[in-house]
Design a protein around this ligand. Structure first.
Ligand code: AMP
Ligand code: ZN
Length: 723
């Protein structure tokens, strides 16, 4: 904006045209200012109102003859004096006295008497380039504010710490508050009622429809929808300060933040413009109108590319999250905004669900368990070529066939299964009683208890045969990953299915899927970890591209074996669409036992089930509304999360069993790990878990690490706690 450069007008108010007065007159002539000399106090006000001088110089050396303070007050009482600079000339002897009396009377400056032309001239020049110029800018600003007041866009200016400094009438109408109620307050803290929430519903609507944008290179934010257009621009104005020069380019881009920084890199004001349009305005047009005075070609190009990005329709959830955080930043104080920048950085760059290794993971067992269980060939590949001996799939030999129906199982076995609905149930006793075939017997009992044959419309004989085939395809030679582990996981799953909350959430398809998934979840496990198979270049790792190798194999083999023969196909009478649902649920649960996504499953469960449930329980004084809980728990997404979490808890339930069983499981898994380490050394493969060396490993310590890192939080979450 250009400021007017007319000849400055000076009003000299003196009692006599003495040397001081002459000094100023001559200085005015020298500077080219037009001056008026008023020797009569009564004439001063009329004279000023007629000419509206830029500078008034009043003689304050002799208060008895000229009451300068009263005169100044009466001038200030007129509205037109708002931008006038008033100087008081004081005696040299008064130079040491307080300036407060002058300031409170309305003087802008004090001049200690000095009649020399040079001193008067210097004073006038300082006034011209200092106070007078600032006042001219302020006068110009007023006209800009008049324009803002008339604007139909809702405009708000806030300070750097988010306090409202200006709102225009359109903004008042939009939020339903008058400016008096808003100024000096934070908008986010205003008690918006529904009637007054237009702004936020508009903003939310905009956010919902917001298109992806390069938030990190952008200089403004443009959010638009069919009904509404919301333009938010953050900008800064440089305050004149003795240290920083006045910025000539206030729109220079910021330091990785989405805000704009002036050349002194300090944001002083935020300007928000909220535009509500009824038509389909184009983002490009708005971008131009907001930035029509941007200084560089480069930034104009950037704007048009931002506009192009806006026209794309990428609506990934992460994009929405980023846009919402971005919008929230606009109303946040600087520390909050900076914290949100950090949040955005994490969202954009990190593995979201895996904890970052910290000091805690200095422990060798934890480090090895994380490395050995949570990494697969995708993250750690070795060039070693090694193929596991391909194992033939097991047929059931005649001697293994269980011909008895559930009603006539041998007494010893029946007794070993008596308390199968107890958490303390001892699976090892059943292992002994069944000669290492606990899965078939326990499976038959549990599946029958849950009415799975009726649900699948298959005979008990089909189920029995199927269980036998599944059990035969577990490696009885594995110390840990054998059919006793599968039976143990089946037992824990059945136990969880009887819990009230789970019964409330899951239906009969879920139940059948969970029991079948538990039964098959480690089928044909070779007693080696995924990382081993990838490092060894095993056939399975090649087949499944080093991703979730074992879990993919367990699930795929289960369906292959089931479909192989009609007489053992438990799915043969299931309707096609039910079969698809069942199959999908089973595969999903088996894949969920893969440990690389351990923390993802827990976090999703906590965020989508545990926290909403806690909120529902807290929100109602007399307990939660059962219908709300039902709706939340039974959504397809949440049922999936519950089932995943259930099989995961069942899969690592061994540390939660009675101590003597827990110790037995620890010995078995450690033996399997030791054996893997030995084989890795023998074959010159990378050792996945060096701490699991039978000569040096402390099994109790390794168990504490496993429990601390993998089990405790998961069981807390399963128990309904979110930390
Ligand atoms: P799964 O192979 O499906 O049984 O997945 C569970 C994972 O947890 C496997 O990698 C097991 O080796 C591991 N795991 C289970 N129980 C323990 C335990 N007590 N100590 C150490 N690792 C265990
Ligand atoms: Zn398992």
């Amino acid at each position: 904006m250009r400021f007017h450069a007319d000849q400055l007008q000076v009003l000299l108010v003196f009692v006599r045209d003495d040397s001081q007065c002459k000094g100023f007159r001559k200085a005015c002539e020298k500077a080219g200012f037009k001056y008026t000399l008023a020797l009569e106090v009564q004439a001063v006000l009329t004279c000023f109102l007629a000419a509206n001088h830029d500078i008034i110089i009043i003689d304050h050396r002799n208060p008895q003859q000229l009451d300068a303070l009263t005169l100044c007050r009466s001038i200030r009482a007129t509205k037109v004096s708002e931008n006038t600079v008033i100087v008081g000339v004081v005696c040299r002897r008064d130079g040491e006295e307080s300036v407060m009396s002058l300031i409170s009377a309305g003087f802008t400056r004090r001049y200690v008497e000095n009649p020399s032309l040079l001193a008067c001239y210097a004073e006038l020049l300082q006034l011209e380039f200092g106070e007078v110029r600032s006042q001219l800018k302020l006068r110009a600003c007023k006209s800009v504010f008049t324009a803002l007041d008339k604007s139909q866009d809702a405009i708000k200016i806030t300070s750097e710490d988010n306090y409202i400094q200006y709102v225009n009438p359109a903004f008042e109408t939009t939020v339903g508050f008058e400016s008096g109620e808003l100024l000096g307050k934070e908008l986010a803290k205003m008690p918006l009622n529904e009637k007054k929430a237009d702004l936020f519903s508009t903003k939310n609507a905009c956010m919902k429809m917001a298109k992806v944008m390069g938030a990190w290179q952008r200089t403004s934010e443009v959010l638009f929808s069919k009904q509404a257009v919301c333009v938010e621009a953050r900008c800064s104005f440089t305050m004149r300060s003795s240290k920083a020069p006045v910025s000539t380019e206030p729109w220079s881009a910021g330091r990785g933040n989405n805000a704009l920084f002036s050349t002194c890199r300090k944001i002083r004001h935020y300007v928000s413009i909220i535009r509500v349009n009824s038509g389909n305005s184009k983002a490009e047009k708005i971008t131009e109108s907001v930035h029509s005075d941007t200084p560089t070609v480069a930034s104009q190009r950037r704007h048009s590319s931002v506009a192009r990005i806006h026209s794309m329709t990428i609506e990934a959830p992460i994009t929405k999250v980023i846009n919402i955080i971005n919008a929230a930043q606009e109303n946040s104080s600087m520390p909050v905004s900076e914290a949100l920048d950090r949040v955005l950085e994490i969202l954009r760059t990190s593995e979201l669900y895996s904890p970052q290794f910290g000091a805690k993971e200095e422990d060798p067992h934890t480090k090895d368990l994380i490395g050995g269980l949570m990494y697969d060939g995708f993250r750690r590949l070795s060039g070693n070529e090694y193929t596991l001996s391909t194992k033939n799939l097991h047929q059931i030999s005649g001697s293994l066939l269980v011909s008895e129906s559930l009603h006539n199982v041998p007494r010893r076995i029946a007794e070993a299964m008596e308390n199968d609905d107890d958490w303390d149930f001892n699976i090892f006793e059943l292992e002994t009683a069944t000669q290492k075939r606990p899965l078939t017997f326990l499976g038959l009992k549990i599946f029958t208890r849950f009415g799975i044959c009726e649900f699948l419309k298959c005979s008990e004989t089909t189920l029995r045969l199927w269980l036998q085939i599944m059990e035969a395809n577990y490696h009885s030679s594995n110390p840990y990953h054998n059919s006793t582990h599968a039976a143990d996981v089946l037992h824990a799953t059945a136990y969880f299915l009887c819990q009230e909350r789970i019964k409330q959430a899951l239906d009969s398809v879920d139940e059948a899927a969970a029991l079948i998934a538990a039964t098959v979840h480690d089928l044909d496990h070779p007693g080696r970890t995924n990382l081993f198979l990838c490092n060894a270049g095993s056939a399975l790792a090649v087949l499944y591209n080093d991703c979730a190798v074992l879990e993919s194999h367990h699930a795929a083999l289960a369906f292959q074996l089931t479909a192989r023969e009609d007489r053992s196909n438990i799915f043969k009478n299931v309707e096609r669409s039910d079969y698809r649902t069942l199959r999908q649920a089973i595969i999903d649960m088996v894949l969920a036992t893969e440990m690389t996504r351990h923390f993802e499953h827990i976090n999703k469960f906590v965020n989508s089930v545990v926290k909403p449930l806690a909120e529902l329980e807290e929100s109602e004084g007399s307990g939660p509304n059962p219908r709300d809980v039902d709706t939340m728990l039974r959504s397809p997404e949440n049922r999936t999360l519950i089932k995943r979490m259930m099989i995961k808890c069942a899969d690592v339930s061994n540390p939660c069993r009675p101590l003597e069983q827990c110790i037995e499981w620890a010995a078995r898994i450690s033996e399997e790990y030791f054996s893997q380490t030995e084989e890795e050394k023998k074959l010159d493969l990378p050792v996945a878990m060096p701490a699991f060396d039978r000569n040096t490993c402390s099994i109790p310590k390794s168990q504490i690490s496993f429990i601390d890192y993998f089990v405790t939080d998961m069981y807390h979450a399963w128990d309904g706690k979110d930390s």
